[in-house]
Design a protein around this ligand. Structure first.
Ligand code: ZN
Length: 348
């Protein structure tokens, strides 16, 4: 499994990882709570129970789009994945290793049992700091850990191993001051503010993969469902060195200006934002992973050198119809070497 690597988000250090649990017993087990502790001093970093546990749970193989409801009940042989995000206060030292205390009950009995396990070291690498992937204007960094079908949750099993390439993926959607995503009819792809916007190299890098053969529909409603092979649409993969690769997906047909083997300079225009592949509106999908294939690599954290945080959408369904919620805390708007938080509105 992937050891969690801390990444800075709005003044906290976040640990983002998954716990895989398999019920090897012959009885149904009710998962009561999971506590995450710092191994060195046994201080609890987070506890998940009830809805906060169920919202993080996914049964491998389940097609239920509504997710899991509380209490989390695990049948014999069933495998459960828990998606964990923990914000560690900056006043506290980051743990060197974490352990988990799992409380459960058997069948309909009320007696509870506790097991300790799932020890993992905490990654010590500093996430790579990048230049902007998009240009001027206001952008929503769409990502949310709770979506049952979001990037954060979708495993791809290739070559005998299940990986989460989109663990830290962000969909960049361009908006105007009113939170609209398009001028006029949003069903017309070319009306969307982001469509055709320049897509930029986030670092001096080498182009290691390009796909440019996928066509696009002119209407959002007319978009065909993409197969798994075509889900990324037209894409570019840049090698950033040190086994880190930047992925740009859903690029506009005919817009890719680079070829495999070429070097690119930070800030260079490499393509235009488009609407190819599996997508519900024009946007740039961006993530960093530890391998160069879209589905066969583990997503790893990254930060941006600098961006200005304008606010958030706490209800992402409101994107496109209302303005975002402005920053209300004392948080400075200029963020340095951080990853944008879920559904943050920003400009670079
Ligand atoms: Zn995406």
């Amino acid at each position: 499994m992937q050891a969690p690597t801390p990444v800075a988000v709005e003044g906290t250090e976040q640990l983002v990882y998954e716990i895989h649990l398999t019920n090897f017993s012959h009885e149904r087990l009710q998962l009561r709570s999971i506590q995450v502790l710092d191994e060195d001093d046994a201080v609890p970093l987070a506890t998940f129970a009830g809805a906060s546990l169920a919202n993080r749970a996914y049964f491998v193989g389940s097609t239920d789009a509504d997710g899991v409801s509380a209490p989390v009940s695990v049948a014999p042989g069933q495998r459960l994945v828990l998606y964990v995000e923990i914000a560690c206060r900056s006043s506290r030292q980051l743990p060197r290793a974490i352990v988990h205390h799992i409380e459960y009950s058997v069948g309909n009995e009320s007696a509870t049992f506790e097991v300790a396990g799932g020890r993992t070291t905490v990654g010590q690498d500093v996430p790579i700091a990048l230049a902007p992937p998009v240009g001027d204007g206001e952008w929503v960094a769409v990502h949310h850990p709770d979506w049952p079908r979001g990037h954060r949750r979708v495993f791809y099993a290739l070559g005998g191993r299940a990986r989460l390439p989109g663990r830290f993926a962000i969909d960049f959607v361009k908006i105007n001051d009113h939170g609209k995503i398009a001028a006029g009819d949003p069903d017309v792809v070319s009306n969307s503010f982001g469509y055709g916007s320049p897509v930029l190299a986030v670092a001096d890098a080498k182009v290691v993969a390009v796909r440019r053969d996928i066509v696009e529909s002119s209407r959002v409603s007319g978009h065909p469902k993409a197969s798994l092979d075509d889900a990324a649409g037209n894409y570019i993969v840049l090698s950033l060195g040190d086994r880190r690769f930047a992925f740009y997906e859903h690029l506009r047909p005919g817009s890719i200006r680079v070829n495999v083997g070429e070097g690119v300079k930070r800030g260079q225009v490499i393509a235009a934002l488009g609407f190819t592949g599996e997508s519900s509106a024009p946007h740039l999908h961006f993530h960093v992973a530890d391998g160069s294939t879209p589905l066969g690599a583990e997503g790893i954290p990254f930060t941006f050198h600098r961006f200005v945080l304008l606010g958030h959408y706490s209800r992402i369904g409101e994107l496109g119809s209302t303005r975002w919620e402005p920053l209300n805390s004392g948080l400075p708007a200029t963020r340095i070497d951080e990853m944008p938080s879920a559904n943050a509105v920003l400009h670079f």
